[in-house]
Write a protein that binds this ligand. Structure first.
Ligand code: PLP
Length: 228
């Protein structure tokens, strides 16, 4: 990768942090309450390294295998990196996910809560999880239905899993603010403080509505070559 491109990633990071700070200010919140997760799916180690060099340490991946292929080496050099799994997770990958990730944002069903609970007990590892809510009631998307959320929270707690908060991916091509507001209300109703919401196109709006974790890929790294 050329030096110019590397500089770009660092410049974009700076710019996004400035946008986070100004959205936080407007919402009378502290910017430090908001974690920027750099979504590095499809990016190779050479694209990620410049951000690590600037001191950024939170990254999101959506596939266990892809993350296993590139992160162990990067982590040898930057051991305080925190990895967030943001993509759908199959129960048969729970063990690997618990071994690799520090946070999981896609706990969305009872069978997965059981598999993750078992893996955490076996590995003696605590990996806080966000419960993903299918906030737009879209059949093709992951996430638990709003009506099933209370039961899933109870089952997750019964597994001994620490619940970090709620996560959502609002429907595409429509104003996301009402969905962010609904996720915030659901979190408050269940006394959960973490809100993983907001991506490249809408993270300032998400921050206005209480996001504590924004997941930003394209705005940080540029367009992805393959759609995901
Ligand atoms: C890819 C992805 C993102 C980042 O999307 P951008 O639009 O590139 O910022 C955030 N969250 C999830 C769950 C994703 O899969």
């Amino acid at each position: 990768m050329s030096e110019a491109t590397q500089d770009n990633a660092a410049v974009r990071l700076h710019d996004i942090n400035a946008q986070i700070a100004s959205a936080a200010k407007l919402a009378r919140r502290e910017a430090a309450e908001i974690e920027l997760i750099g979504v590095s799916k499809t990016r190779d180690a050479e694209a990620i390294r410049p951000l690590l060099d600037t001191g950024h340490r939170a990254f999101g991946e959506n596939r266990v295998q892809e993350a296993q292929a590139k992160w162990p080496r990067l982590r040898d050099d930057f051991p305080d990196t925190k990895l967030h799994l943001i993509g759908q997770l199959q129960s048969n990958k729970a063990e690997e996910a618990v071994g690799l990730f520090d946070y999981i944002h896609s706990l969305d069903r009872l069978s997965l809560a059981k598999a993750l609970g078992k893996a955490m007990r076996e590995q003696n590892r605590n990996v806080p999880c966000f419960i993903q809510v299918n906030i737009g009631d879209e059949p093709q998307k992951g996430g638990c239905m709003v009506g099933d959320l209370s039961d899933l929270i109870a089952a997750t707690q019964a597994e001994g899993i620490e619940i970090a908060g709620l996560m959502c991916l609002p429907p595409a091509d429509i104003e996301p603010a009402p969905y962010f507001a609904l996720l915030a209300e659901l979190a408050a109703r269940h006394s959960l403080s973490g809100l993983s919401m907001g991506m490249s196109d809408d993270f300032p709006t998400a921050i206005m509505l209480g996001a504590t974790h924004v997941r930003v890929g394209t705005a940080l790294f540029g367009e992805r070559a393959r759609a995901l």
